[in-house]
Design a protein around this ligand. Structure first.
Ligand SMILES: *[C@@H]1O[C@H](CO)[C@@H](O)[C@H](O)[C@H]1NC(C)=O
Ligand SMILES: *[C@@H]1O[C@H](CO)[C@@H](O)[C@H](O)[C@H]1NC(C)=O
Ligand SMILES: *[C@@H]1O[C@H](CO)[C@@H](O)[C@H](O)[C@H]1NC(C)=O
Ligand SMILES: *[C@@H]1O[C@H](CO)[C@@H](O)[C@H](O)[C@H]1NC(C)=O
Ligand SMILES: *[C@@H]1O[C@H](CO)[C@@H](O)[C@H](O)[C@H]1NC(C)=O
Ligand SMILES: *[C@@H]1O[C@H](CO)[C@@H](O)[C@H](O)[C@H]1NC(C)=O
Ligand SMILES: *[C@@H]1O[C@H](CO)[C@@H](O)[C@H](O)[C@H]1NC(C)=O
Ligand SMILES: *[C@@H]1O[C@H](CO)[C@@H](O)[C@H](O)[C@H]1NC(C)=O
Ligand SMILES: *[C@@H]1O[C@H](CO)[C@@H](O)[C@H](O)[C@H]1NC(C)=O
Ligand SMILES: *[C@@H]1O[C@H](CO)[C@@H](O)[C@H](O)[C@H]1NC(C)=O
Ligand SMILES: *[C@@H]1O[C@H](CO)[C@@H](O)[C@H](O)[C@H]1NC(C)=O
Ligand SMILES: *[C@@H]1O[C@H](CO)[C@@H](O)[C@H](O)[C@H]1NC(C)=O
Length: 764
C-alpha cells in the first residue's frame, strides 16, 4: 500500500524541481486525505471518474457546450437526436476550450444514448469552410426540409470575439444551411461550404446589434392564422427565431418566415421582433425576485426556443394553449429565462427599434405583419448554473422535451482540463408543459402581482390566461385558478426507481423545530453543529442533522422527500428565519487533518427561497462555492368542502450523478449545479434544520417542519452501454485534449471534418 503522506512530500519536492528542470511529477488523488487546492497538480486523467456522470448526456471526453440542433425523426419511431457543441482539435494549437463543432447522439427511451457517428470520432460537422472558417454555433433542425431531408440552419462564424459588451461586427455571425443524407450522422453544407449563408446579416446593420445567432426553426398554425397564411396549403409555414439585441435598446428575438414554397429553405423574410424588452428589465413585479433580479432580461438574448404549450405538453404545431419562449439573457448575471403568453399579430408598417438613431438601417425584405408574444408571465427555467436550454417536440407523445447545458464550476476551468479530461454534460431530459393549480387562496398581496404565474379566467381555455395584475373578479370569491410552467423529469426516468440496484424508503415522518437545536430533540441521533457556513463565508448557521437509517453508497442516485411547512412560517421574519431540507454527500466525521464536507438543499420559508449550500473539502480557490439560490412560492389552496386552506407541500426530487446535481420541486422549479465532493465516505444523507448562529427562537408551529415519504434509489442507468469502460480509450481518441500543454504535435493535427480523424498525438 502506498504511503500517502510521503507521496505528498514527493510531489511538493517535484514542484520545486519543475522550476529547475521543467519535469513535473503529478500526484495521484487520495480521497481519504484533504485535496490539493490546485487541481492541475493531479495526474492527467486521474479525476476522470471522480465526478463523471453516468446517466447524463455527455461527450466521450473533451469539452461539451450548448445543447443544440435537437430533432425527433418521425420516420424512425420518433427517435430523438440530441447534439451539443464540442471542442476538437482542428488546426494548429487548437487544443483550446472553445466548442466549435457538432457532436450528437440518438435515444429512443431518454435513458440510453448511442453516439451518432461512433464514440471514436463523434463529430458530425465542424467549421473550416468559406461560410464558417472560425466556428459553428447553435442551430435548429427540421426533419423534412431542403430536398425533403433533415435540414440544419446554424450560425456559421467568420470572426471572433463576439459579445454584447463590445461593438459588433456585421457578418461575423451568419445563418447557413446544411442537410443530411444519413439521418444526421453527417451534415452536408450548402454548395460544399461556399460562402452562401441563407441569412447573411442582421436585420439592422451598421453594427448596431449585440449578437445575431442561434436560429431556431419551428412551425405553428397560430402564426399562420395570425398572418392569414393558411391558404390552400396543408403544409404549415416554417419560421425562424433569431436571438439578438440592440445596443442601447435592449434584447430582441427576431422572427423570420420562409419565403418560397416549403421545399426551399434558402430564403427567409424578416417579420420584426417576436419578443422585445427594454434593456436591463424584466416582466415581473420589481423586487419580487421571480425572474431572478430586476434586470434579468439583460442586454442580449441567446439560444431561444419557441413553441406553444398546453396541459399535456407541446402544442407548437397546433398553436393552441399558451405561447412559450425560453432564452438565455446576457447581463452581469446571465440566466436562463422563459415567458408564457399569447401570440398576437403586429403591424410592421412602422417598425423601428426603440433607438432608431442607432439602428434604422434595415437590409432585409420585410413583411406587412409579424407575430409578437404578449407576455403574461416570466420565470427562470433553471435557477442554477445550467444554460442554453433547448428542446424538441416528442412526435409520438406530443410532449415538450428540454435539456440544458450544465457548466462546470471550477474556480479556474483550465486547472481541471487535463485531470478530468472532460468538461460539462447536459441535464437529464425534462418535460415542459402548462401546470394548473385550482382553488388558490386569493390573497391579493400574493396572487395579484406579476410573477411566474398567470390567472386562468376561463377554465375551458388557456387563451383566457391573463397577467396576474390585470383587473379580474373571480366568479368564486376568494379563490383563483393559476397556471405556471410545469417542469418535471421525463417520465422515462422512473426507470431509475424500477431498475435501482439498491433502494431505501423511510416509513416514518420526522419533525424538526427550534427544539432540535436547543437540546430537546426527540431523536438521539440528532447531531448539532454550531457556527457552520451557510454557504457564503459571512453568514453562519447552527445546524441540527438527523441521518437517514441508511444512505446510498455511490454518488449515482435519485432521492425524494416531502416537506410540510406551516403557513405561519412563510414570509414570517419572526419565525426564527430558519431553513430546512436535505443534506447529502456528507462526510462521516471531521478529524485533525480534515473538516467535514456536505451539500445541503434547504428551503427558507421566511423569504421563499431554495438554497443549495456547498461546503466541500475543495475550497473556494478550487471550485465555486457561492450558494445557488432560487425563488419558490408555496401556495395556499382550499382543499375540502369546509373551505379550509392548506399550504402546499414541498416535494423535492434530487438527482445526484457524479458532480451533476439536479433539484426539482413541485413540478415547477428546477435548479442544477455542480457538487464536487471529495472524500470516499462523503455519502451520508439526512434531514437538516438551520437557523442563524446563536439566534433565539420560539419553539412553535411556525418554527417546525415535517419530513415524510423519504426514499432513495441508487444506481441510475448507464446512458452509454456501447462505449468502452476503459477511460483511456475515451480520452485518447483522436479528438480529445492534446496533452501536455503546449501540445508539441498540434501543428500536425489537422482534422477537416470529413473522413477518418488523425491519430492521437504521440506524447513525450
Ligand atoms: C496551478 O499549478 C500549475 C502548475 O501545475 C500552475 O501553472 C498554475 O499557475 C497553478 N495555479 C494557481 C492558481 O496557482
Ligand atoms: C447600412 O448597412 C450597410 C451594410 O451593412 C453599411 O454598409 C452601411 O454603412 C450602413 N449604414 C448606416 C447608416 O449604418
Ligand atoms: C431555392 O430557391 C432559390 C431562390 O428562388 C433558387 O435559386 C434555388 O434554386 C432553390 N433551390 C431548390 C433546391 O429548390
Ligand atoms: C402590472 O404591473 C406592471 C409592473 O410590474 C405595471 O407596469 C403595470 O402597469 C401593471 N398593470 C396593471 C393593469 O396594473
Ligand atoms: C445594463 O446592464 C449592464 C450590466 O449587466 C450594464 O453594463 C449596462 O450599462 C446597462 N445598460 C443600461 C442602459 O442600463
Ligand atoms: C450588476 O450586478 C450588481 C450585483 O452584482 C447589481 O447590484 C447591479 O444592479 C447590476 N447592474 C446592472 C445594470 O445590471
Ligand atoms: C441610441 O444609440 C446611439 C448609438 O449607439 C447612442 O449614442 C445613443 O445614446 C442612443 N440613444 C438612446 C436614447 O438610447
Ligand atoms: C395583451 O394582453 C392584455 C391582457 O393580459 C390585453 O389587455 C392586451 O390588449 C393584449 N395586447 C395585445 C396587443 O393584444
Ligand atoms: C410568525 O412567527 C412567530 C414566531 O414563531 C409566530 O408566533 C407568529 O404567529 C407568526 N406569524 C404569523 C402571521 O403566522
Ligand atoms: C402533505 O404531506 C403530508 C404527509 O405526506 C400529507 O398528509 C398531507 O395531506 C399533504 N398536504 C397537502 C396539502 O398535500
Ligand atoms: C455564538 O456563541 C458562541 C458562544 O458564546 C461564540 O463563541 C460564537 O462566536 C457565537 N457565534 C456567532 C456567529 O456569533
Ligand atoms: C479532409 O481530410 C481527408 C483525410 O485527411 C482528405 O481525404 C480529404 O480530401 C480532406 N477534405 C478536404 C475538403 O480537404
Amino acid at each position: 500500500m502506498r504511503d500517502n503522506m510521503s507521496n505528498r512530500v514527493a510531489a511538493i519536492a517535484a514542484v520545486g524541481l519543475l522550476l529547475a528542470s521543467a519535469v513535473s511529477t503529478k500526484e495521484t488523488p487520495d480521497f481519504t486525505q484533504p485535496p490539493i487546492a490546485n487541481l492541475s497538480n493531479y495526474q492527467n486523467g486521474s479525476l476522470f471518474d471522480q465526478w463523471r456522470p453516468k446517466a447524463h448526456f455527455i461527450h466521450p471526453s473533451n469539452q461539451l457546450g450548448d445543447p443544440t440542433a435537437f430533432w425527433a425523426d418521425p420516420d424512425d419511431g420518433g427517435k430523438f437526436h440530441f447534439t451539443a457543441l464540442y471542442s476538437y482539435i482542428r488546426g494548429s494549437g487548437n487544443a483550446s476550450l472553445g466548442t466549435s463543432s457538432f457532436s450528437g447522439a440518438t435515444t429512443c427511451d431518454l435513458l440510453h444514448y448511442e453516439d451518432l457517428s461512433g464514440w471514436e470520432n463523434p463529430v458530425q460537422m465542424g467549421p473550416g469552410n468559406a461560410v464558417d472558417p472560425v466556428a459553428d454555433f447553435d442551430g435548429g433542425v427540421v426533419a423534412k426540409g431542403y430536398k425533403g431531408l433533415p435540414t440544419l440552419i446554424w450560425t456559421a462564424v467568420k470572426g471572433l470575439p463576439i459579445s454584447w459588451t463590445i461593438p459588433y461586427n456585421d457578418g461575423y455571425e451568419s445563418q447557413a444551411l446544411a442537410y443530411s443524407e444519413d439521418k444526421g450522422k453527417s451534415w452536408i453544407k450548402l454548395d460544399g461550404g461556399a460562402n452562401v449563408p441563407v441569412i447573411p446579416l442582421p436585420p439592422y446593420t451598421g453594427n448596431v446589434v449585440t449578437g445575431f445567432r442561434d436560429p431556431w426553426m419551428f412551425q405553428n398554425a397560430q402564426f399562420d392564422k395570425l398572418l392569414n397564411n393558411d391558404t390552400d396549403s396543408s403544409e404549415l409555414s416554417h419560421y425562424i427565431s433569431m436571438s439578438s439585441g440592440l445596443h442601447s435598446s435592449g434584447p430582441r428575438i427576431w422572427l423570420y418566415r420562409q419565403s418560397n414554397e416549403s421545399s426551399n429553405f434558402t430564403q427567409w423574410d424578416f417579420l420584426g421582433p417576436l419578443l422585445q424588452s427594454e434593456i436591463n428589465t424584466t416582466f415581473v413585479e420589481p423586487g419580487s425576485g421571480f425572474a431572478g433580479t430586476d434586470y434579468s432580461d439583460g442586454n442580449n438574448y441567446e439560444t431561444s426556443q419557441v413553441t406553444s404549450l398546453g396541459y399535456h405538453g407541446d402544442t407548437g404545431l397546433e398553436g393552441t394553449g399558451m405561447g412559450f419562449v425560453s432564452f438565455g439573457a446576457e447581463s452581469n448575471k446571465t440566466m436562463m429565462l422563459y415567458r408564457l403568453g399569447h401570440w398576437v399579430r403586429t403591424d410592421l408598417s412602422d417598425i423601428q427599434p426603440s433607438n432608431s438613431t442607432a439602428s434604422n438601417n434595415r437590409t432585409t425584405v420585410t413583411a406587412a405583419y409579424g407575430v409578437e408574444m404578449n407576455t403574461t408571465m416570466e420565470g427562470v427555467l433553471d435557477w442554477g448554473l445550467s444554460y442554453a436550454c433547448t428542446g424538441t417536440r416528442d412526435v409520438v407523445k406530443n410532449r415538450r422535451i428540454s435539456l440544458c447545458w450544465i457548466k462546470e464550476a471550477f474556480a479556474d476551468q483550465d486547472s481541471a482540463k487535463y485531470t478530468t479530461e472532460y468538461i460539462s454534460s447536459l441535464t437529464l431530459p425534462r418535460e415542459l408543459y402548462v401546470k394548473r393549480l385550482n382553488n388558490v387562496v386569493d390573497n391579493p398581496s400574493l396572487t395579484r402581482q406579476r410573477g411566474s404565474w398567470s390567472i386562468l379566467t376561463n377554465s375551458s381555455s388557456l387563451d383566457s390566461t391573463i397577467a396576474a395584475n390585470e383587473t379580474y373578479t373571480s366568479p368564486v370569491a376568494g379563490r383563483l385558478s393559476i397556471t405556471m410552467l410545469g417542469i418535471r423529469p421525463a417520465c422515462e426516468l422512473e426507470a431509475y426507481r424500477s431498475q435501482a440496484e439498491k433502494s431505501y424508503c423511510s416509513g416514518k415522518s420526522v419533525t424538526l423545530s427550534a427544539a432540535s437545536l436547543d437540546g430537546n430533540s426527540s431523536s438521539s441521533q440528532t447531531e448539532v453543529r454550531r457556527g457552520v457556513r451557510s454557504g457564503t463565508e459571512t453568514a453562519l448557521v447552527d445546524e441540527a442533522f438527523v441521518p437517514l437509517a441508511e444512505s446510498p453508497c455511490t454518488r449515482h442516485y435519485e432521492l425524494e422527500t416531502t416537506m410540510t411547512f406551516s403557513n405561519s412560517s412563510l414570509r414570517n421574519d419572526t419565525a426564527g428565519d430558519f431553513a430546512a431540507g436535505i443534506s447529502i454527500l456528507r462526510s462521516n466525521s471531521s478529524s485533525e487533518n480534515r473538516s467535514m464536507e456536505d451539500i445541503s438543499i434547504v428551503y427558507r420559508p421566511a423569504n421563499e427561497s431554495v438554497i443549495v449550500q456547498r461546503r466541500t473539502a475543495l475550497g473556494g480557490e478550487s471550485v465555486l462555492q457561492t450558494p445557488e439560490i432560487g425563488k419558490l412560492r408555496l401556495w395556499e389552496t382550499i382543499a375540502g368542502d369546509d373551505g379550509s386552506a392548506q399550504v402546499q407541500n414541498l416535494t423535492m426530487r434530487v438527482f445526484v450523478d457524479g458532480s451533476a446535481l439536479e433539484v426539482y420541486i413541485n413540478d415547477v422549479f428546477a435548479l442544477t449545479t455542480r457538487a464536487y465532493y471529495w472524500y470516499t465516505d462523503s455519502n451520508t444523507v439526512g434531514y437538516v434544520y438551520q437557523r442563524p448562529a446563536n439566534a433565539t427562537q420560539v419553539d412553535d408551529e411556525a418554527s417546525s417542519v415535517t419530513f415524510s415519504n423519504t426514499s432513495w434509489w441508487q444506481g441510475l442507468v448507464n446512458a452509454y452501454p456501447n462505449r468502452p469502460t476503459d477511460k483511456n480509450q475515451l480520452i485518447k481518441q483522436a479528438v480529445g485534449y492534446a496533452e501536455p500543454d503546449p501540445n508539441p504535435n498540434a501543428a500536425g493535427v489537422v482534422y477537416n471534418g470529413t473522413g477518418p480523424a488523425p491519430p492521437f498525438p504521440v506524447l513525450p
